[in-house]
Design a protein around this ligand. Structure first.
Ligand code: FES
Length: 179
């Protein structure tokens, strides 16, 4: 199990560098912003960096992104550490981000978080021993009408119950994307 706090000592063993294709995408993105305003693309590029470099942002990755933008590393750290959607240490194959804001909390998100934690034998911020699942919490994900809910990658799982959580975990374990 990983620690429940962020461990910034974890490293990529080699300097991360975007593939030529990914760098071309970055350049297309930069071209959409006025001269000197490309920093506005930072969140998009951090998502691209997560995709490219194993699903998380190491110090080396953030330093590399700073190089790409020609800005100070601290300008990248302050964005990457502000948003809970960015992973600052390695995660499981599937990351469950359970919304815990008002509407979801009123409809039972706390018990869903507890249930997932017990089922996978992890606390919030930890990864299951088999490396399959990481449990995180999130502020409102904009699906309050379907509470309680969680996000896993680009997929929203809504109207969660313990039975529904069982189905979702079983499907991911089987390599399927649950409905
Ligand atoms: S409060 Fe959970 S999605 Fe909005």
């Amino acid at each position: 199990m990983s620690s429940s706090h962020t461990d910034l000592s974890k490293r990529h063993s080699e300097k991360p560098v975007f593939s030529a294709e990914k760098m071309a995408e970055v350049q297309v993105l930069f071209a959409q912003y006025p001269e000197g305003k490309s920093k506005s693309a930072l969140i998009r590029v951090l998502h691209m960096a997560e995709e490219e470099f194993g699903g998380w942002l190491s110090i080396e990755t953030m330093d590399y992104v700073a190089e790409v933008f020609n800005i100070q590393p601290i300008e990248v750290y302050e964005v990457a550490t502000f948003y809970t959607m960015f992973n600052l240490e390695p995660t499981g194959k599937y990351v469950f981000e359970v919304c815990r804001t008002g509407p979801c909390m009123l409809l039972g998100s706390d018990s869903i978080i507890d249930y997932i934690g017990t089922k996978l034998d992890i606390k919030v911020g930890e990864t299951s021993a088999d490396g399959m699942f990481t449990l995180k919490t999130s502020e409102c994900l904009g699906a309050c009408g379907y509470a309680p809910m969680l996000q896993c990658g680009k997929k929203y799982h809504e109207h969660l119950t313990k039975e529904r959580v069982d189905e979702i975990i079983t499907a991911y374990r089987a390599g399927q994307t649950p409905n």
